[in-house]
Design a protein around this ligand. Structure first.
Ligand SMILES: Nc1ncnc2c1ncn2[C@@H]1O[C@H](COP(=O)(O)OP(=O)(O)O)[C@@H](O)[C@H]1O
Ligand SMILES: [Mg+2]
Length: 211
């Protein structure tokens, strides 16, 4: 994993995104890691389900948290806004104009619920706009590239493409060299990455089901 930009991961349901994200989360070396809304039960980390519990976990020295938000989206969105507020306050306390090193990685699954396209007020956009200078990196995952905030997509230095639907092609073709990886991602759990215009193709990550 790289620490000099934000990530967007997209593809349709069952294409392998959550498994990939968990692998990325495991290997992430940021001092603080938060996985908001993980879709996988066996993910490792201290489980919290509200912002106060998250604060307490930090005070207890916990650094790897899995935040399970409320099931109704407005409440869940308010919770994510609370998480981001805490992180920005921590960032301000920690760094007095020092390095720009990433100290925190915030992962968000089902991102279209938290930063839908056109919603310029979504708290998550703040992470994509100002996070890096505060040392906070965002990783967002979505089933539909066309449904997440355009700002988030276009300000992600690393964009990962798992298999997606034909009707997303039009939207993505204007931004990425889709034809160069379209056939590759038709294979199960294969994926592609575009990093500042440069394309890389990947085989499935190794995955053993633990259930
Ligand atoms: N790299 C992989 N190798 C083998 N099986 C995988 C891999 N990635 C995903 N799977 C299988 O596909 C299922 C769905 O993957 P998941 O990551 O949850 O999809 P998504 O988040 O894109 O909906 C997983 O539960 C797992 O059984
Ligand atoms: Mg998933």
């Amino acid at each position: 994993m790289d620490y000099d930009g934000h990530y967007t991961v997209g593809g349709f349901t069952g294409s392998g995104k959550s498994v990939f994200l968990m692998d990325l989360f495991d290997g992430c070396r940021s001092m603080v890691k938060i996985f908001f809304n993980s879709q996988l039960k066996h993910i490792k980390g201290v489980k919290v389900s509200n912002v106060d519990a998250m604060r307490r976990a930090f005070e207890d020295g916990k650094r790897r948290l899995v935040f399970n938000p409320a099931s109704d989206i407005p409440t869940a969105r308010a919770q994510l806004a609370g998480v981001i507020d805490v992180l920005f306050k921590m960032a301000k306390k920690m760094r007095h104009g020092e390095t720009r090193e990433i100290w925190c990685s915030l992962f968000v699954d089902e991102g279209q619920d938290y930063a839908p396209k056109g919603d310029i007020a979504a708290a998550l956009i703040q992470v994509w706009r100002q996070g890096l200078e505060m040392g906070i990196q965002g990783v967002i995952c979505t089933q539909r590239f066309a449904e997440i905030s355009h700002t988030i997509l276009t300000q992600s230095k690393y964009v990962f493409f798992f298999r997606f639907n034909e009707f997303e092609k039009d939207y993505l073709e204007r931004l990425y060299p889709v034809d160069k990886f379209w056939l590759h991602i038709q294979q199960p759990y294969h994926f592609a990455m575009v990093n500042l215009g440069e394309l890389s193709l990947f085989k499935p990550i190794k995955y053993k089901s633990k259930s």
